[in-house]
Design a protein around this ligand. Sequence first.
Ligand code: ASP
Ligand code: MG
Length: 405
Amino acid sequence: MKAQSQIVVKKFGGTSVGSIERIEAVAERIHEDLLSGQKPIVVASAMSGETNRLVGLAHEMNPRYRGPAYDMLLASGEQVSIALLAMALEKRGVAAKPLLAHQLGIKTDAIFSKARIQSINADRLLDVVGAGVVPIVAGFQGEVNGQITTLGRGGSDTTAVALAAAIGSDACEIFTDVPAICTADPRLVKNVKEIKTLEFEEMMEMASLGSKVLHFRCVELAAKFGVKIHLRSTFEKREGTWVVPEGEGMENPVVSAVTHDASTAVIKIFPVPHEQGYLSKLFIALAEKNIVVDIITQSQNEEGQRLAFSISEEDVPNAEDIVRTLFGEDIKVSVIKDMAKISTVGVGMKNHPGVAARFFKVLSDLDVPIHLVTTSEIKISAVIDRKNLEKSANGLHMEFTLDLG
Ligand code: ASP
Ligand code: MG
């Protein structure tokens, strides 16, 4: 479909709609955009804290349950915020329509709680805009066979980019409570700097390595459809960070950012039985439960084969069940919680040797033991004890941001 230039998808995150006053402020901003000639399509998250509260309720009921009821519960937060935002706009004389995923034909696969969008009925959305009404779309949710699905935590970003792609926009605005993407999480690291531009590849690594600023799938979709993402503050007018295609970034530093994931767990198994097929059996069983396995290391010596892999801490109960059923009494399985993954990311690493050496030197100077390591062309990650996260993040940030001057 042809790009509809004055139509702009704008996503507002949980803190931006976190209270009645904030929803009013968002409505003001949308109203101003309308007056300046834009035709906004709005996507909203649940009010801040709400999805966590719902996850907590589900956990109390049954920590192992994943399925339609879980998604229905979690999706309810967005229904509240879009309805309130539509009311705030109507109060200002702006015609607005709150829309749930099924009303827009946002179809997903049937992987509950981690669903992927498969198609969107863009015409329905454009009809609303064409009628002079502001669509206010519930982020984070989709529909499969008449049932509500959710896209994974942080998934409203993905809804926004998917809508932008569906209507043929080349950019999408993500409004949040920080003015830009920073060189590290400012809650953990001192003296962080704002990043002006990042390439899709870097942002994808950062999102998959634990940066919560943008949802991984949102960046993946943006890269696929060439939708630039402008991440900016809800509370300020200035520009934030642009996430752009390869080569459109500015001068690339060696390391663009230090990223962490504070909810990592490691499972160690020793000795893995010699019979063929044990590893595939294990990883198939984990995949069937939709558990994403991150770093895997395997080593063999005369005592046997040692396996270690990392997963997200929320998947520990299910992963532990699987591992303990699969391996008998003679095999030692240890589940180590309270771990964290710390990473440095940057497309500049492709052309600069010695980044790994500096990375390991920082951690060893700080006496931080490393449990697992993995690298790619543009990142180095290490799994460490969570208690060492803060000093490691600060140490690495200091080491590499020196390059930024
Ligand atoms: N409300 C959902 C969450 O907290 C989706 C989102 O905010 O993007 O994960
Ligand atoms: Mg978010």
